[in-house]
Design a protein around this ligand. Structure first.
Ligand code: NAP
Length: 208
């Protein structure tokens, strides 16, 4: 097996929707492993409040520790400045993923904006893209990408319907803020970490 998945996301926090999506992509595309890459400073969220990269990285580690073919890379949280996917894919290609085919995995909503990402045409020289979607997603919306990207780049984007994506990080943050339970939405060690560090409840150590 020579293909590796790179699961990019803010993961604020990581939840079972992300994990299940990674599991289905791992199997569906016959990948060797999936490397989760929590965004350090998401370039499109520089002005919004995002939980510190260290907390999001630790939660991703806690969530994946029991899976032999899931890994978490600190590559973006260690790099200064905005976390551009282009830099991440280049770095991975030249290090732990040398000689392997790369599949960058993320949500369809994020992929629909890919033409606004730094050096987007070069992205397609480095990797294929898997846009994970909820079953019943709008094919029409996906097809609009072909016009924007052109046929060559578009052929490297694969929509992939997965189960369980009704869980959303935003909803988890809201539940914590409003004192609701998040049990069974995130792995238990992640839930305990959120509780222990007072994340999403408005306490000060939450954001950078
Ligand atoms: P986002 O806008 O927060 O998320 C868009 C949607 O996709 C949300 O519904 C989100 O659900 C879902 N999603 C995000 N990551 C997912 C994943 N790995 N698997 C399944 N669903 C996922 O997107 P984001 O997380 O900030 O960014 C996604 C990736 O694109 C990151 O790696 C980011 O660095 C990259 N990106 C790069 C650039 C650039 O290079 N200029 C610009 C934008 C994004 P949840 O909220 O539940 O996760």
């Amino acid at each position: 097996m020579t293909a590796i998945g790179v699961m990019g996301g803010t993961f604020d926090p990581i939840h079972f929707g992300h994990l299940r999506a990674a599991e289905e992509v791992l199997q569906g595309f016959g990948l060797e492993r999936v490397i989760f890459v929590p965004a350090g400073r998401p370039p499109h969220k520089l002005h919004s409040e995002v939980t510190s990269p260290e907390h999001r990285y630790t939660m991703a580690k806690l969530a994946t520790v029991d899976h032999l073919r899931f890994e978490v890379s600190p590559i973006e949280i260690q790099r200064e400045g905005p976390s551009y996917t282009l830099d991440t894919l280049r770095e991975l290609r030249d290090s732990v993923c040398k000689g392997k085919t790369l599949y960058f995995i993320t949500g369809l909503d994020a992929i629909l904006e890919i033409h606004t990402w730094k050096g987007y045409k070069q992205l397609f020289e480095l990797a294929n893209f898997i846009a994970v979607t909820r079953p019943g997603y709008s094919v029409e919306v996906f097809l609009t990408l072909e016009k924007v990207l052109g046929p060559e780049c578009f052929s490297k984007v694969h929509p992939f319907p997965v189960t369980l994506l009704a869980i959303a990080s935003r909803d988890i943050r809201r539940r914590v803020r409003e004192g609701e339970s998040i049990r069974y939405l995130v792995p238990e060690p992640v839930r305990l970490y959120i509780e222990e560090h007072g994340l999403y409840s408005g306490r000060a150590d939450e954001t950078r």
